[in-house]
Design a protein around this ligand. Sequence first.
Ligand code: NAD
Length: 413
Amino acid sequence: MSKRSAYQAALEQFDKASGYLDLDPDIAQILRQPQRELTVHFPIRMDDGSIKVFTGYRVQYNNACGPYKGGIRYHPDVNSEEVKALAMWMAIKCAVVGIPYGGAKGGITCNPKEMSQGELERLTRRFATEISPIIGPQIDIPAPDVNTGQQTMAWFLDSIERKSGVKSPAVVTGKPLALDGSLGRTEATGRGVMLSTLEALQTMDMEPQNTTAVVQGYGNVGSVSAYLLEDQGVKIIGVSDSRGGIYKPEGLDTREVLKFKRENGSVVGYPGAERITNEELLELPCDILVPAALEGVINAENAKQVKAQVIVEGANGPTTPAADEILDAAGVLVIPDILANAGGVTVSYLEWVQNLQSYYWTEEKVNAQLGQILTKAFAKVWAIAQEKEVDMRVAAYIKALDRIAKATIMRGI
Ligand code: NAD
């Protein structure tokens, strides 16, 4: 799927759900567009002395329910349409789990794998400065996404604080602990995926110990989802990253695979496992499939070949609307991104709350709060799905759009 169509997919999902909600067409007109899109072009001095101009984006989708919130992605395919889609999904996601945020997303078109630490630091600091007029703890709060992490957030925070002269840890989340990050944040998205999977299995009367899972993408979300599911007794039989996949029907030791990836740069080559392609990985016989890489990987071309009974979307937008129809007809239960991967933004919210009160919680408390928020959201979305006889994605949109529409109407035009 082209990246341009990620936003088309998001709008198709929106339109499908708003039909069930009787959403006022005037409100739908407002919510179908981002409120603000900023594009910046800025120069970086590369290590060889040359100057390179990069393009970055920050899209602020909606802030009816609270400050804008969303990650920053570094990837060669980042473009304005993709960032718009991701920003809309953030607004919907925050409303699904009921945290007081709107939605935003950012990104820089770059290949971080070909850049040095020094170049990445200069890129991040300059980008932070360029978008700083529209960033702030009560305005818009960035976080990590694909190819960004704690170090990126530390540079981002430092640049903002140096410019303003004001200490404001709540301006970004996903920070290192040394800079007032939250315990539990690194694992939060994967933990949410694990919790959503357990909830989904329960609805199907399936025991984790008797199930197998396949995970696409072995970064922050994929690897943590894999080892937390393994801890629950799920047998992880296949995983992959951008270089390809590995398959072991007897089950992988997922923490060993992570260690191998850290040492060798990829899961490919892990001893004792068969090498497969990312396409083959998605079609493996298994109970649970967790796409945790990029958008559009389950589409009209391969949806019929998916063997899993449950798909838990770790990534944002991994299933196209056409694939949704095919999977629904085949009786596959899809736990949508806007619910399944909401653990990350939920603990980002808990990190922000701790920053604002300058009082820090134990990891147990953070994980307990996360569990409560997610299981409550899951139960509500499941109930809507049963009542309206719709799939879980439509049900999640119904819950979210209802909340955002009410806030928008109360604020007035
Ligand atoms: P990451 O950079 O840590 O990991 C991405 C992984 O995907 C890497 O292992 C990479 O090799 C792999 N990958 C890239 N292209 C691939 C391909 N074509 N096939 C298979 N694997 C491929 O990123 P992340 O933070 O884990 O994010 C992954 C997804 O989860 C994204 O869609 C992101 O938006 C979403 N997400 C992330 C968070 C978070 O807290 N980090 C929260 C919610 C959703």
